[in-house]
Design a protein around this ligand. Structure first.
Ligand SMILES: [Zn+2]
Length: 206
C-alpha cells in the first residue's frame, strides 16, 4: 500500500473527514480529459480490488463540487448514489464498446440518453468575471451523461484509452501526437509503473 491508496482508505473510513478537506481536490481525480471519463474513474481497480470513491451521498456531492459542475456540494441521498452508479457503469460499458470498436449495448445507450435529456446546471456570469454554477445532483448527472453522449458520438471516441499501469483501469483521452500517452496520470501511475518495472529488472534471482 502506498500513500495514495492509504489516504483514500483512511478517508472512506472516516466520514467526518469530508467536512474539513476534500480528497477530490487532489488533481489526480480529474486527469481523464473529459467529464464522463473522470466520473467513470470514481470506481477504480475495476478488475481486482475495486474502490468506489462516491459510494456515500457525502462523497458524491463532494465529487460533483470538486469537478466544477456546481459551486457547492448538492444534496444527495442513497437514491442519488444509486442513480449515479447506474449511469457511471452504463457509460463505462459504452466506453469499453467504443475502445473495442463494437456496437454500443442498447440498454446502456438508452439509459445514458435518458439521463442526458435532463436539465443541466445553470451558469451565471458575475460582475467580478467569475462564473457561478448552480443546480441539483440530478442536473450534475445530466451534464455527465451529456458529456458521455458527446464523447461517444464524436471523433474523440477513437482516442479513449485505459491506463497502462496494471490495476489502475482508469480511462482517459489520449490527445498526444501519435497517441503515445500510456498513463492516466504521469505523477501517480506513470512513476509507479516505471519504478515497478525498475524493481523487476533489478530483482535478485530467487
Ligand atoms: Zn492510472
Amino acid at each position: 500500500m502506498d500513500g495514495y491508496y492509504r489516504r483514500i482508505g483512511g478517508i472512506t473510513c472516516q466520514e467526518g473527514y469530508y467536512e474539513q478537506v476534500s480528497h477530490f481536490d487532489d488533481p489526480h481525480f480529474f486527469v481523464s480529459g473529459n467529464l464522463a471519463l473522470n466520473f467513470i474513474g470514481t470506481l477504480s481497480g475495476r478488475r481486482a480490488e475495486q474502490r468506489d470513491m462516491v459510494r456515500t451521498p457525502a462523497a458524491l456531492g463532494d465529487w460533483i463540487r470538486a469537478s466544477g459542475l456546481l459551486d457547492r456540494a448538492p444534496e444527495c441521498d442513497d437514491a442519488t448514489v444509486g442513480d449515479a452508479a447506474t449511469l457511471r457503469e452504463a457509460a463505462y460499458r459504452l466506453a469499453q464498446a467504443a475502445m473495442a470498436g463494437e456496437a454500443f449495448p442498447d440498454a446502456d445507450r438508452r439509459l445514458v440518453n435518458t439521463v442526458a435529456r435532463g436539465g443541466i446546471p445553470e451558469a451565471t456570469l458575475r460582475p467580478d468575471g467569475t462564473v457561478h454554477h448552480t443546480g441539483s445532483a440530478a442536473h450534475a448527472l445530466a451534464a455527465i451523461a451529456r458529456s458521455a453522449v458527446e464523447l461517444l458520438g464524436g471523433a474523440e471516441r477513437e482516442r479513449i484509452k485505459e491506463c497502462g499501469r496494471e490495476g489502475c483501469t482508469r480511462l482517459y483521452i489520449d490527445t498526444s501526437r501519435g497517441g503515445s500517452r500510456r498513463w492516466c496520470d504521469m505523477t501517480v501511475c506513470g512513476n509507479r509503473a516505471k519504478s515497478a518495472a525498475f524493481r523487476a529488472r533489478h530483482a535478485e534471482p530467487a
